[in-house]
Design a protein around this ligand. Structure first.
Ligand code: IMP
Length: 441
């Protein structure tokens, strides 16, 4: 079966952009299935760095078709800006970028509602990216959303927008005492998108299912991370979509039986941006060091990311709900130079030690991590191209992670560039994967 899903296994920012870009060499189609311009997928090549927010990370390979599926919420202004940047870089998008006619749109009122709601939450704020993601998904499920297909019919768009903006203005005025939006200005701006977006719009579900039937190789690119999933993440400190493996079927309209591999992208330590529980967070010099060395600042918002040790309890949970068939460890080079590296292997809560991940915030906020300690390595590993180029301590660390999760580590990334990657690592890592399946007890 031809579909591979690539998923962030932590709280996002694991380095999915680099991995999808790299794997795109052997892929026909890359499809985004959830989220929106809250994502920031970074790709480095030719000594330059690009950040993609909506367009799939296969766009820099001319032979790859990129699909924005029905599960994505699209900000047309951000999308068209991104498309222009890609064209300016010399890459074609004609016939290579397909947008689902069923995808929902993010409108200026979604961002405004999000802004006032976050402000009103005060200390309970989620710390969203401010891109209007949550309110756009709310409208989708309230069945009042505006879809890409609506952009193509000016009369329908005008009618739907008027109703929506009037409703949102009533909420802004009466609930939040906030400034209202100008109905006519928004309509004038958005009716203009019909001709710009039209060449890209199609029935992407039909396209993908036909491609799968023809045996084309498809990669479903997740955004954010498993622990931000609206059902399985640390609710309410989550995003409003399903970054987990199941989301790719509803977000693209492809059958579960078409998926044969699920690659979990794991950063060699943990980061989180925004609020919410983070058991292994380091609010000390080591945390600062990880942030500085790993350039841990949001690719979309520029916010400093919270940093901490790798959390295998959380990762085992992510592996259980996604069914990872292989792992890719990213940013291993950031750990170079640390004397000691710690890994969380269990949580202590109310005097009991457990390896279950309690996604409920009340418990997760109060767990105490139980750590296993590993000696670090001093060597610069950023030019390693083979597993055996890595120091013995780095190999031991990887083997421990693979054996704890009982999932092979196939790829190790040691820097942002395409060349800074070790592939086929599992064969040489020789981890014992015979112990137990990766399910929480
Ligand atoms: P939203 O997706 O903008 O609604 O934000 C909800 C939560 O998800 C916040 O904690 C954000 O910081 C986080 N988040 C959203 N997108 C990303 C991402 O691409 N990387 C990391 N965190 C994200």
């Amino acid at each position: 079966m031809p579909v591979t899903v690539v998923i962030g296994s932590q709280w996002g920012d694991e380095g999915k952009g680099k991995v999808v870009d790299l794997l795109s060499e052997k892929i026909d189609i890359v499809a985004r299935y959830q989220g929106g311009a809250n994502a920031g997928h970074t790709i480095c090549f030719d000594e330059k760095t690009f950040v993609l927010h909506l367009v799939p990370s296969g766009i820099f390979h001319e032979g790859v078709t990129c699909v924005i599926g029905n599960g994505v919420v699209i900000d047309p202004v951000a999308l068209m800006r991104e498309v222009q940047t890609i064209k300016d870089l010399g890459f074609s998008v004609d016939g290579r970028l397909l947008i689902s006619h069923n995808a929902h749109l993010i409108m200026p009122y979604h961002k405004r509602i999000e802004e006032v709601r976050e402000r009103a939450r005060d200390e309970g704020a989620i710390g969203t990216t401010g891109r209007g993601i949550g309110p756009a998904y709310v409208d989708k499920f309230a069945r009042t959303g505006i879809r890409v297909v609506d952009l193509l019919d000016r009369d329908v768009l005008r009618k739907k927008l008027t109703a929506s903006i009037e409703e949102k203005n009533a909420i802004l005025r009466s609930v939040y005492g906030a400034e209202v939006l100008d109905v006519d200005a928004i309509i004038d701006e958005y009716v203009e998108f019909d001709k710009i977006i039209d060449p890209f719009v199609t029935d992407t579900t039909q396209y993908l299912c036909s491609a799968i039937a023809e045996g084309k190789r498809v990669m479903a690119e997740g955004a954010q991370g498993s622990l931000l999933d609206v059902d399985f993440g640390t609710y309410p400190f989550v995003t409003s979509s399903h970054p987990t493996a199941g989301g790719c079927c509803t977000g693209l309209g492809i059958p579960p039986t078409s998926v044969d591999s699920v690659i979990g992208i794991v950063k060699a330590y943990s980061t989180r941006v925004g609020n919410g529980p983070f058991p292994t967070e380091l609010e000390d010099e080591t945390g600062e060091r990880l942030r500085a060395t790993g350039h841990e600042f949001g690719a979309t918002t520029g916010r400093p990311r919270r940093c901490g040790w790798l959390d295998l309890v959380a990762l085992n949970y992510a592996s259980m709900i996604n069914g990872f068939t292989e792992l890719c460890i990213t940013k291993l080079d950031v750990l170079s130079g640390l004397d000691e590296i710690r890994v969380c292997v269990a949580y202590r809560y109310n005097g009991k030690v457990s390896t279950r991940f309690p996604s409920e915030v009340q418990t997760l906020t109060n767990v105490e991590p139980v750590y296993e300690s590993f000696p670090g390595w001093a060597e610069d590993i950023s030019s390693a191209s083979n597993l055996n180029d890595l120091p013995a301590n780095a190999i031991s660390y990887l083997r421990f992670v693979s054996e704890y999760l009982q999932v092979p580590i196939e790829t190790v990334s040691t820097g942002p560039k395409r060349a800074q990657t070790v592939t086929g690592a599992a064969r040489e890592l020789k981890a014992d994967l015979s112990r137990r399946p990766a399910v929480a007890p």
